[in-house]
Ligand binder design. Structure first.
Ligand code: 5CA
Ligand code: ZN
Length: 417
């Protein structure tokens, strides 16, 4: 499906350092891309409600990663899915008496418009599950060829026992896995499964539910196999980063990685399959609880925009928090970001008028680059520009550096001054 328009990114002098990032699987900070081509698969939205600030914060984190990669001289290939057929979407359409396809289309359009307003770098491939049904079926066929699938009534499950490295993404123990599986769309209690954690690969047709013909009978794909198939089809069986919110560590990323290992792994080979790094964003809360469609405590990007918030201030309100921390969205945070933006803009407007001083554009660029390359330390990068802006306004720093600082904020942080 169509992605959204790319923001214009100014070209900066020189190259930034290699981007490092925290990898959940190895619990360590590592260089994010291994070759000149840097590849990322980010789990996309389930489009049954508008983009909320939790989604926005997560996609802004991957936007920073892509900007940092490009600045370091990488060519980037970015794929993202849209879970445009799944239980929550169908349930919402049912509840509201709406056609599920129309609901999905409307919310995807709103997501594109929010991402465009926030100057988020678009994926090269934005792929809906429905348009990828053939790819998902073929991928599931590989699992079947390996003998990893079994039928239960009209449904098909993958046996986790087919993957000796199951658990290597999250590192969780079985009781934790069982609890999270029940909480996050799994069915550990279903009778007849070989193992309570075995994930659903194909859901047989149910009355009133959308379904498509396949070699597994009529039905629709499971969630984890959707991402495993889309990621490997568009990026290859090994790519650099699998990205998502921390609520996707288990079961989603564990299961997708496991599917890919089983589908593509050769016995005895230790070839690295699926993602080289698993990168997770913290959860944005609102009024003390995780912002979630199921709880309904949502702050929508589109509502903030309609109320007159500057998208650049929304962006700054997010970047004031490190992407891996859990934090609360508040009106005060947005007000502080609006003030910060006004301060930066005032400093940038003083270009050429300052008396000259210590802080110089090249130093600002180097320091912002360094902060971002260090596990996307956006709060640290903001502090660098704060210091420059404070110096300009106090008359200590060079206003003449403004052009390069403006380009730095725009190219690396997506903040247009
Ligand atoms: N379609 C699946 C992924 S394949 C899905 O999880 N969709 S979603 O719409 O529920 O979430 C989209 C992205 O936003 C995911 O990366 C999810 O981890 C992230 N996300 C959801 N809620 C929050 C939140 N409150 N804070 C931060 N990120 C969130
Ligand atoms: Zn996913």
């Amino acid at each position: 499906m169509d992605s959204w328009p790319a923001p214009n990114i100014p070209v900066l002098p020189g190259l930034g350092p290699d981007t490092t990032i925290w990898d959940t699987a190895s619990a360590s900070k590592v260089v994010a891309a291994r070759g000149r081509l840097a590849t990322i698969y980010a789990c996309g939205i389930t489009p049954y409600d508008a983009t909320h600030m939790g989604h926005a914060a997560t996609y802004l984190a991957w936007d920073l990663l892509v900007r940092s990669w490009r600045d370091a001289g990488h060519e980037v290939r970015y794929a993202q899915n849209v879970t445009d057929v799944d239980d929550p979407l169908l349930e919402r359409a049912d509840r509201d008496g709406e056609n599920w396809r129309e609901l999905a289309e409307r919310e995807i359009a709103r997501y594109r418009s929010d991402m465009t307003a926030l100057a988020v770098v678009p994926p090269d491939y934005l792929i809906g599950a429905v348009e990828a049904l053939g790819v998902i079926e073929d991928f599931s066929g590989l699992l079947s060829d390996r003998g990893a699938l079994y039928a239960l009534d009209s449904d098909v499950y993958a046996a986790k026992a087919a993957d000796p490295r199951f658990g290597s993404v999250s590192g969780y123990d079985v009781p934790a896995m069982l609890e999270l599986s029940a909480e996050r769309g799994g069915d550990p209690g279903r009778a007849g499964k070989k193992d309570p954690l075995d994930p659903l690969v194909w859901r047989g047709q149910r009355p009133g539910e959308p379904h498509w013909p396949s070699r597994f009978g009529a039905g629709r794909p499971g969630w984890h196999v959707e991402c495993a198939a889309i990621a490997t089809h568009w990026l290859g069986r090994a790519f650099d980063v699998q990205a998502g919110g921390s609520d996707l560590i288990f079961p989603h990323h564990e299961m997708s990685a496991s599917h890919a290992r089983v589908a593509y792994g050769e016995p005895g080979s230790d070839e690295l399959l699926f993602a080289g790094r698993y990168v997770h964003a913290g959860m944005v809360r609102y009024q003390g609880a995780k912002m979630s469609k199921s709880l309904g405590n949502l702050v929508f990007v589109s509502a903030l925009r309609a109320a007159g918030a500057d998208p650049m201030a929304i962006r700054l309100a997010v970047l004031a928090h490190h992407y891996r921390s859990d934090w609360d969205w508040t009106d005060e945070g947005l007000a502080a970001a609006t003030d910060r933006l006004a301060g930066w803009r005032a400093a940038a407007a003083m270009a050429g008028t300052g008396p000259g001083g210590a802080a110089d554009g090249a130093e600002v660029l180097a320091a912002v680059r360094q902060r971002l390359a260090d596990d996307l330390d956006a709060p640290g990068a903001l502090a660098v520009i704060d210091q420059w802006a404070g110096g300009v306004i106090a008359g200590r720093a060079q206003g003449a550096a403004a052009a390069l600082v403006k380009d730095t904020a725009d190219a690396l942080l997506g903040i247009r001054l």
